[in-house]
Design a binder for this molecule. Structure first.
Ligand SMILES: C[S@@+](CC[C@H](N)C(=O)[O-])C[C@H]1O[C@@H](n2cnc3c(N)ncnc32)[C@H](O)[C@@H]1O
Length: 262
């Protein structure tokens, strides 16, 4: 991948306007693309980064050689990311991503950052190391319906977490706080992407805000864009995989065509 130096980035950022990114899927590295977007121009970020699932002490996936996730779609990682970084490197990378995201949102902006807690080496890995110092306002539990394919030694895990990281002026849309902080949505099962969001989950988030411009720097199959379209908002999607970017573009086109028919 072509590396962009910080000097080039600052120059590019000065030259670029947010309009250049609106309603586009950009194929590239999340940090490098975000570095080109001007400060404070994205109202809301919703994203699910790779969880580094393949770097596991054994109770998660282990190179597809058994463990709870042995037949899960993600056992091979993503098409252009193997999801198996050394832990410290992974934490540094995610903190860099969050730092860029914080630069992009204005004083009333927010980030919904989806992740997963897991037990590693007998201790809870709750992602504090990634989030330390960022303004986490609340943790939402996303309760999935059921699970799949499990080692009989484990109860089927059925939840993920969504960190609401918000700047001080962020407010929910009227009545949205009534949803509470445990949300139940069935996981997506009808998508070629190995880890797609269910669209209802993203509809819940977007409709709970007044955001006009919504970014997903790990856009995968484009679910955040589809949901933004549902509510007449603008999206920006980034993904490193040309395959998934193509998938997202196809889904967006079909979604817009379906909406025209309604
Ligand atoms: C959990 S998936 C996101 C799925 C998405 N929420 C959906 O609904 O389809 C994480 C995505 O991050 C992408 N990815 C991995 N490394 C990346 C990087 N450095 N920059 C941008 N995208 C990356 C992967 O290709 C994968 O599609």
């Amino acid at each position: 991948m072509k590396t962009i130096t910080s000097k080039q980035t600052n120059k590019k950022r000065k030259q670029s306007k947010i309009d250049d990114f609106l309603n586009r899927i950009v194929c590239g590295n999340a940090v490098e693309i975000m570095e080109q977007i001007p400060d404070g121009t994205v109202d809301l970020i919703i994203t699910s980064p790779p969880y580094n699932l393949k770097n596991s002490t054994g109770n998660g996936m282990k190179d597809g050689r058994g463990g709870k996730w042995a037949n899960a779609a993600l056992q091979k990682g993503y098409s252009h990311h193997n999801d198996c970084m050394p832990h410290d490197e992974y934490v540094r990378w995610q903190r860099k991503c969050l730092t860029e995201m914080m630069r992009l949102i204005p004083e009333n902006g927010a980030i919904f950052y989806n992740h997963k807690w897991r037990v590693q080496g007998g201790l809870l890995q709750d992602r504090q190391d990634i989030l330390q110092g960022f303004p986490v306002r609340q943790v939402i539990i996303w309760r999935r319906k059921g699970g799949f394919n499990f080692n009989p030694g484990y109860f089927v895990p059925t939840y993920e977490v969504i960190y609401l990281i918000a700047k001080s002026g962020f407010k929910l849309s009227p009545k949205a706080n009534g949803y509470g902080d445990v949300w139940e949505f069935t996981q997506e099962m009808n998508n070629e992407h190995p880890a797609a969001f269910p669209i209802n989950l993203i509809d819940r988030i977007i409709s709970s805000t007044n955001a006009e411009i919504i970014l997903d720097p790990f856009m995968g199959s484009g679910t955040t864009a589809l949901s933004a379209i549902n509510f007449g908002r603008n999206y920006i999607g980034i993904d490193i995989s040309p395959e998934y970017c193509k998938m997202a573009e196809g889904r967006i086109q079909r979604h817009i065509a379906q909406q025209r028919l309604i």
